[in-house]
Design a binder for this molecule. Sequence first.
Ligand code: KG4
Ligand code: ZN
Length: 344
Amino acid sequence: NSSKIVLGFESSCDETGVALCTTDGRILGQALYSQIAMHKDYGGVVPELASRDHIRRLIPLMDETFAQAGITMKQVDAIAVTTGPGLPGALMAGCAFAYSLAMGLNLPVIPVHHLEGHLLSPLLSANPPAFPFTALLVSGGHTQLMGVEGLGKYTLLGETLDDAAGEAFDKTAKMIGLPYPGGPALSKLAEIGNPERFKLPRPMLHSGDYMFSFSGLKTAVLTTAMKLAGVGQPSETMVISDTDKADLAASFQAAIVETLVKKALAACMHLDHKRLVVAGGVGANKLLREQLVKASGKRGIEVYFPELSLCTDNGAMIAFAGAMQLAKNPALLDARDYGMLTRP
Ligand code: KG4
Ligand code: ZN
């Protein structure tokens, strides 16, 4: 069997992930640690704490991954690591570890773009989409529409000009006094609210392109909240009734979902794709799922919602992306460029 084994590391934000994947696409073992509990008290990810915690978690998670796979480090053929985009310190923790390990073991490093990991992760799901497909990537850090024709063949159609979709959920949730991460809490509250009570803007809905902008929507929620609380200045202690909060949450969610659905379908039709894949944490949103299914059904497009554990950050998608690159280009086995760490 000529199949090779890739050890992959992810540390771009607040999840430390390690996994082993073969060049024929099998995940042999994986371990993940989420720092959410640690960042909760601060209402968001604290970069310095994130970096330190990655360093703390990497070795135990790697040991767990090897134990699961029942193999040793000697059997690894290459190391894949997320080199960006992400929090610089957090990336550096993972990269320094991965590159040092590779140098010690005399193995090649395959740098992986975090978003390529996300794009390919649906292929690891129980019901994988065939190429080509359009991907709606909606997480706390990114909002992008991509055409995925095949491995390494990606076209960026559009992205957010300011906040990411998940970031907009989180910041809006914080404004109305919900805990971090606000996305799930806000969407839960929205279920009992009236989405038509507040007329919030749908930024760039008719821009005719695939770009997004959510900061104006966030500001509209803030001014509405200030009006409801009867204050002239934003403050952490604005008092808004539970009904108002729920209506505001529902109105916000309706606005953001309408924009995502409209642009995702337009992108899919523009590329003449029959499959639309949703990746990233916001893909868990119930209304987004319902509206996408409804809108795509009418147009003969099939929507794929990979398991949430694949949509959110994890090591498996990085090991997989590295393994797929290696499968396509076996010459990567000969690369010994550890210089990347010394480049700014
Ligand atoms: O992909 P992910 O786990 O991490 C990043 O790479 O950012 O996405 C996390 C984001 C957070 O902003 C979170 O609030 C949002 O996904 N999220 C949701 C829901 N569940 C998670 N947003 C809206 N509705 C949800 N149900
Ligand atoms: Zn991510």
